[in-house]
Design a protein around this ligand. Structure first.
Ligand code: QUE
Length: 355
């Protein structure tokens, strides 16, 4: 068995085809070979008349997927290599493919679903959350910027909730994921085995209604007033000033979180979200994220952030530049330039594919 064969289990059961992320010691973090294997399975199942529904789940008790294999990215950056660009190319292409997949793609977003895990789930057509769901785009904490279509999804969230989630990397539960448009249905985790068993015999849209329950209420709806008031600003400096001036504990806590994040990542993230609002389809936004990711590969903060959060786990990254004031508009603009190795080009929509 190759590593990819072990790390993504493929099986069909009746009418359902299962993708099971199976790297539980790394919280199912996605490697390049896992991305390629998922893509190959989607190709095979797309043309297999016996397959009616594709389902993605993760093994282990902790959840679907913690993100990308950022240890490999760390080693790549440290060695001055750019293999990670090839990983992102295939990963973002897969994210777009999931969004356009012609069969129901059921994502079981149970437990931890972060970064790359959001990319292989939140673009699906049937996104299920449970009482255990913990969803986040935490990239600014590793000196990176929300990718895998995260800036597309968060730019579409109500008001400025997506700006808050992208900048702070805050984790949300099921109710808030539904509110923010990252998920469609709440199903209690204890009912998932029966739901998946039913999908072997019947279409998802027939089966699902009997399992869907009202989600426990989230927290963000009650925070909309200060989130919208503070985050609807043109600069990170202005957002931080408004959060500090607001006077509520919640706003002060968010200000504290932002103060710990990479100043460069914060400014690039805000610019990426604002630009995403005018880019149109997911594919255009993924192309922008690819330019940003390639630029981040040459940055100081990405390697330092991964070191501090995942390698050494000292949780005290030394960002360079260390303050927002030192990050210039020219520094930010560099993240939106065409990469030296060429950009990513994705067909805009299924309709625009020329056949
Ligand atoms: C931000 C991230 C990631 C992260 C922590 C962050 C991420 C990721 C992991 C992760 C977690 C556990 C593992 C692993 C990677 O942590 O993307 O290999 O075992 O994959 O603050 O974006």
């Amino acid at each position: 068995m190759t590593a990819a064969e072990e790390h993504v289990l493929l099986r069909t059961e009746g009418r359902a085809a299962h993708l099971t992320l199976n790297r539980p010691k790394a919280l199912n973090a996605l490697t390049h070979s896992m991305v390629r294997r998922i893509d190959a399975a989607l190709t095979a199942w797309e043309h297999d008349p016996a397959v009616e529904t594709v389902i993605i789940t993760g093994t282990g008790a902790r959840g679907l997927c913690a993100g990308g294999d950022i240890r490999s990215i760390y080693e790549d950056v440290r060695a001055g290599n750019t293999a990670s660009a090839g990983f992102w190319r295939d990963e973002y292409r897969l994210n777009a493919r999931i969004a356009r997949y012609p069969k129901p793609y059921v994502a079981v977003m149970d437990g931890i679903v972060m970064g790359g895990g959001v990319g292989v789930s939140a673009h699906g057509s049937v996104r299920i959350v449970t009482e255990r769901s913990r969803i986040a785009m935490p990239e600014t904490g590793i000196g990176f910027v929300p990718d895998v279509g995260g800036t597309y999804l968060l730019a579409l969230a109500p008001g400025e909730l997506g700006t808050h989630l992208a900048l702070t990397g805050a984790r949300i539960g099921a109710g808030d994921a539904l509110l923010c448009g990252l998920a469609d249905h709440f199903v209690p985790s204890e009912d998932l085995p029966r739901l998946l068993a039913d999908l072997t015999a019947r279409p998802v849209h027939d089966v699902l209604p009997a399992y869907v329950r009202e989600a426990p209420p989230g927290e963000l709806a009650g925070h909309r007033p200060w989130i919208d008031a503070c985050y609807r600003a043109d600069t990170v400096e202005e957002i931080l000033a408004r959060l500090r001036a607001h006077g509520s504990r919640a706003a002060a806590e968010s200000a504290g979180t932002l103060a710990d994040r990479s100043p460069t990542a914060l400014k690039v993230t805000l610019a990426a979200l604002h630009r995403a609002r005018g880019l149109g389809p997911l594919e255009r936004v993924l192309e922008q994220e690819y330019r940003i990711s390639c630029a981040a590969l040459a940055s100081h903060d990405l390697a330092e952030g991964i070191r501090a959060q995942v390698i050494d786990k000292d949780r005290s990254p030394h960002w360079t530049p260390a303050t927002l004031a030192e990050v210039t508009e020219t520094d930010v603009a560099r993240y939106f330039a065409r990469p030296a190795g060429g950009g990513l080009h994705l067909a805009a929509t299924a309709q625009e594919v020329p056949w």
